[in-house]
Write a protein that binds this ligand. Structure first.
Ligand code: BV8
Length: 228
C-alpha cells in the first residue's frame, strides 16, 4: 500500500514545540505577517531573525516523541511506499529515525544565503549577521518558506499524492495552503483519506475517516494496524 503522510505542528506538540493556533501557540505572541513574510524580513530583519533564533535554540531542549518514532518504524517497513511530508520546520522526524522527510516549509536548522543561493546546515543564531560560509556575504536568512513564498518539493509531493492509495493527515489545522488542499488532491484521485488530530480541523469533514486524540497515542496505534 502506498501511503502519503502529512504532519503539522500537532505531531510535535507533546515534545514541547509550540503549535501555531492553539491557546499557547506561536501566533498568540506574534502576528504571522510581521515575522513570517519576505516583506516583514525586509522591514525588520532583526525582529524576524530573533523569532527564528529563539525557535532554533529551543530545539536543543526538545526530543522526538512516540508519534515521530512510530512514523520512522513505518518508513523502515514500507520503504519507498511511504512518502512523509511535514509542514514543520523542526527536525524531530529525523531525530525520531525518519530518513526521508519532505520539509515543504523548510527547516529551522538551515540557513539560506540570498547572495549566492547556497544553503547550509545551521545550529547557531543569525541575528548577528554571520558571513555565508560559501561567499562571505552577510545575507543569510532562515531556510524556511514564508507566506507568499513557494513551498519546497511540490513536484515530488504532488506525484506521491497522485500515486498513493492512502493519504493520512496528522496534527494539522488545515488552514494553510497548499498543504490544506492535499486531502482534496487525494479525494479527487479517488484515494482513501484518514485524519489523526486532537481537535476538529478546518478540513475534518473532507476525510473518509477522522480520529480524535493525542498524536503519541493515535499514530503508534495506526502504524501497528498498518503493519499488522
Ligand atoms: C503559497 C514556515 C503559492 C515558517 C509556514 C487565501 C486562501 C487560500 C490561501 C491563501 C490565501 N491567501 C494567501 C494564501 C496562501 C497562504 C495561506 O495558506 N494563507 C492562509 C493563512 C490563508 N499560503 C502561502 O503563502 C504558501 N505559499 O501559497 O505559494 C503556491 C501554491 C501552490 C503551489 C505553489 C505555490 C506558503 C505557506 C507557508 C508559510 N510558512 N511555516 C514558520 O514555521 O515560521 S506555515 C506554518 O503554519 C506551518 O508550517 C503550518 O503550515 C501552519 C500551521 O499549521 P499547523 O501545523 O496545522 O499548526 P496549527 O497550530 O494551526 O494546528 C495544530 C493542529 O494540531 C490543530 O488542529 C490541533 O488540534 C492539533 N494538535 C494539537 N496538539 C495535538 C494535535 N494533534 C494531535 N496531537 C496533539 N498532541
Amino acid at each position: 500500500m502506498r501511503i502519503v503522510v502529512l504532519t503539522g505542528a500537532g505531531v510535535s506538540a507533546e515534545s514541547g514545540v509550540p503549535t501555531f493556533r492553539d491557546a499557547d501557540g506561536l501566533w498568540e505572541g506574534h502576528d504571522p505577517m510581521t515575522v513570517a513574510t519576505p516583506e516583514a524580513f525586509d522591514h525588520d530583519p532583526t525582529l524576524v531573525q530573533r523569532f527564528y533564533d529563539e525557535r532554533r535554540t529551543a530545539l536543543t531542549r526538545v526530543q522526538p516523541n512516540a508519534a515521530h518514532q512510530a512514523l520512522a518504524r513505518l518508513e523502515a517497513e514500507l520503504g519507498d511506499d511511504l512518502c512523509l511530508v511535514t509542514q514543520n520546520v523542526d527536525d524531530l522526524h529525523e531525530r525520531g529515525g525518519s530518513q526521508r522527510v519532505h520539509h515543504m516549509h523548510g527547516r529551522l536548522r538551515a540557513a539560506w544565503c540570498t547572495a549566492c543561493d547556497a544553503r547550509h546546515d545551521w545550529e547557531a543564531t543569525l541575528v548577528d549577521r554571520p558571513p555565508c560560509p560559501a561567499c562571505g556575504s552577510a545575507q543569510l536568512r532562515p531556510d524556511v518558506v514564508w507566506f507568499g513564498e513557494v513551498p519546497y518539493d511540490m513536484e515530488a509531493i504532488e506525484e506521491a499524492l497522485w500515486a498513493c492509495d492512502l493519504f493520512v493527515s496528522i496534527g494539522t489545522s488545515g488552514v494553510v495552503y497548499p498543504a490544506a488542499a492535499f486531502v482534496h488532491y487525494a479525494i479527487g484521485n479517488g484515494r482513501q483519506t484518514l485524519e489523526l488530530n486532537l481537535d476538529e480541523s478546518d478540513t475534518s469533514s473532507d476525510f473518509h475517516q477522522s480520529r480524535r486524540g493525542p498524536a503519541t497515542e493515535l499514530v503508534p496505534a495506526w502504524v501497528d494496524e498498518v503493519l499488522r
